[in-house]
Design a protein around this ligand. Structure first.
Ligand SMILES: O=C(COP(=O)(O)O)[C@@H](O)[C@H](O)[C@H](O)COP(=O)(O)O
Length: 440
C-alpha cells in the first residue's frame, strides 16, 4: 500500500513541478501585439488596451490555471481506495488484515477490468469462449481473484505478479494478501481451503465475472464479492482428513449475509467502478487508468426511497405466479402513478442492473417461476452481497417474503428469489406478493 501512495505522490509532484506559471503563457503574446498596435496608432490602441489592462491585472493577481495546473490541484484533493482504507484503519472501523484482503480484491478487479477491456483484441473468440456459454472469462477472472487472496508456495506460483523481482523473495505475489482461509467461487462446485496464510483466515466468496454471456457484445459485466470471518467452531487448521476439511469449509462459507464484514462489486463498463461497504455506508471508487488507482468518486451512496424504474426479465412472465404478474402489471398503469408508468430497464447483467438501481432508485428483481422456483441468482455470491449494499445505502433486499440477509444458506450454490433497491419499491412488491396493504 505504501508503494502505491508513493507513486501517486511522485506523479502529483511531477505534474505540479513541470507546470509554468499560467499568466506568462496567456499574457506575454497579447502584450507584444498591443505594443505593435500602440506604435501604429496610439489613440486607438489605448482604447483597445483597456480590456487588456484588466486581463493583465487579473493574471498578475491570480494566474489563470492551465489544464496541467488544474489537474495537479485536483489530484491533491483526491482520495484513493488505499488512503480510504488507511483512514478506516486509523478510526478502528476495520483492521489492517481486512484492509489487506479488500486491497487484494481491488487489485484483482483492476486485472479483470483490463482483461474485459481487451476482450475483443486479445482473444478473437471472445471471453465467452468457443467451448461453452460460460467460457473462459469467469475462469480467468476467478484465477486473478484467487491469486490475490492466496499466498502460493514458490513451486506453484505461475510467475505472474511474482514479488521475486521486487526483492520480496520467490513465491510472494505482489498482490497476494495471504489472509484468506477459505475461498468459494460461483464458478466452482465446492469451496477450497487455502494451503498457506500469513495470518487471518477470512472466508471470501465471489462471483468472478457475472453476466459474462454479455461480454462479446461489449455490455457491462461485473465481479461480486463478500468477506466473512471464519465460523468460530470450524477451524480448518491442522486437518489431515480431506473430507472432514471440506465439510468445515462448507460450514465456514454457509453463513447468513448478516455476518458479512464487507460486500462489494466491481462494474466493468464505460468506467471500472468498485462499490463496497464495510457496514458503515456505501462508497464507490472509479478506476483512473492514468494513475492506476481507484479514486473515491461516490462517497456515502444513498439509494432514493422511491424510483420509477423496474428491472426484471419479463420474458419469464408466463411462468410467474399470479401475484408476481399482478405486481408487474400494476407498474404499467399511468393513472396509478400520477400520469406516467414505470420505465423498464433490463441488461441481464446483475452488476449493471443493480448499479443503476442503486444510483437512480427503483427495483431489481429475479423472482422464482414455474421452472426455477427460487429464481436464478445465488444467495452467497449474488443475493447476500447485493442485499447488504442495498441496506447500507438505505434500501432493501428481500425474497418477497423474507429479508435476504437473514437466510442461513443450506448449500453453497443455493438460489433464492431476489428483489432489491429502493425501500418503498421493495415494500410495495412485498405487499402485493403477500396480499397486504400498500406501504405509506
Ligand atoms: O446471472 C446473471 C448472468 O448470468 P451469466 O453470468 O451471464 O451466465 C445475472 O447477472 C443476470 O442479472 C440475470 O440472472 C440474467 O438472467 P436471465 O435474465 O438471462 O435469465
Amino acid at each position: 500500500m505504501a508503494a502505491s501512495i508513493a507513486t501517486v505522490s511522485m506523479q502529483r509532484c511531477g505534474a505540479a513541478c513541470s507546470t509554468k506559471p499560467a499568466g506568462q503563457v496567456l499574457v506575454v503574446p497579447a502584450l507584444r501585439s498591443a505594443a505593435a498596435a500602440f506604435r501604429a496608432s496610439p489613440a486607438a490602441a489605448a482604447r483597445r488596451a483597456a480590456p487588456l489592462r484588466a486581463v493583465v491585472a487579473q493574471a498578475v493577481a491570480a494566474p489563470a490555471a492551465t489544464p496541467a495546473a488544474t489537474s495537479a490541484k485536483s489530484q491533491y484533493e483526491l482520495q484513493t481506495l488505499t488512503t480510504w482504507l488507511l483512514d478506516l484503519e486509523k478510526n478502528a472501523v476495520i483492521d489492517n488484515e481486512l484492509a489487506a484482503v479488500i486491497s487484494s480484491i481491488a487489485t484483482a478487479c483492476k486485472q479483470i477490468g483490463s482483461l474485459v477491456n481487451r476482450a475483443g483484441i486479445s482473444n478473437p473468440h471472445g471471453l465467452a469462449g468457443p467451448e461453452n456459454g460460460a467460457g473462459r472469462g469467469p475462469e480467468e477472472a476467478g484465477r486473478h481473484l484467487k491469486r490475490g487472496l492466496r499466498k502460493l508456495p514458490a513451486q506453484q506460483w505461475d510467475g505472474a505478479g511474482s514479488g521475486a523481482a521486487a526483492g520480496l523473495g520467490p513465491g510472494v505475489g505482489l498482490a497476494a494478501c495471504g489472509r484468506t482461509g477459505v475461498i468459494a467461487s460461483e464458478e466452482e462446485d465446492l469451496p477450497v481451503a487455502v494451503e498457506e496464510t500469513f495470518s487471518g483466515e477470512y472466508v471470501v466468496v465471489f462471483d468472478p465475472l457475472d453476466g459474462s454471456s454479455n461480454i462479446d457484445a461489449g455490455i457491462s459485466v461485473g465481479s461480486i464479492f463478500g468477506i466473512y470471518e471464519p465460523s468460530p467452531e470450524c477451524s480448518i487448521e491442522d486437518m489431515d482428513d480431506p473430507e472432514e476439511m471440506m465439510k468445515k469449509c462448507v460450514l465456514n462459507v454457509c453463513q447468513a449475509g448478516n455476518e458479512l464484514l464487507c460486500a462489494g462489486y466491481t462494474l466493468y463498463s464505460s468506467a471500472t467502478i468498485l462499490v463496497l461497504t464495510v457496514g458503515k455506508g456505501v462508497y464507490g471508487f472509479t478506476f483512473d487508468p492514468l494513475i492506476g488507482e481507484f479514486i473515491l468518486s461516490h462517497p456515502n451512496i444513498r439509494i432514493p426511497d422511491k424510483g420509477k424504474i423496474y428491472s426484471f426479465n419479463e420474458g419469464n412472465y408466463q411462468m410467474w405466479s399470479e401475484e408476481q404478474k399482478k405486481y408487474i402489471d400494476s407498474l404499467k398503469y399511468p393513472e396509478k402513478w400520477g400520469g406516467k408508468p414505470y420505465s423498464s430497464r433490463y441488461i441481464g447483467s446483475l452488476v449493471g442492473d443493480f448499479h443503476r438501481t442503486l444510483l437512480y432508485g427503483g427495483i431489481y428483481g429475479y423472482p422464482g417461476d414455474a421452472k426455477n422456483t427460487n429464481g436464478k441468482l445465488r444467495l452467497l455470491y449474488e443475493c447476500a452481497p447485493m442485499s447488504m449494499i442495498a441496506e447500507q445505502a438505505g434500501g432493501k433486499g428481500s425474497t418477497g417474503f423474507q429479508r435476504v440477509l437473514d437466510i442461513v444458506p443450506e448449500a453453497v450454490h443455493q438460489r433464492v428469489p431476489l428483489f432489491c433497491g429502493s425501500k418503498w419499491e421493495v415494500e410495495y412488491l412485498e405487499s402485493v406478493l403477500q396480499g397486504k396493504p400498500e406501504p405509506k
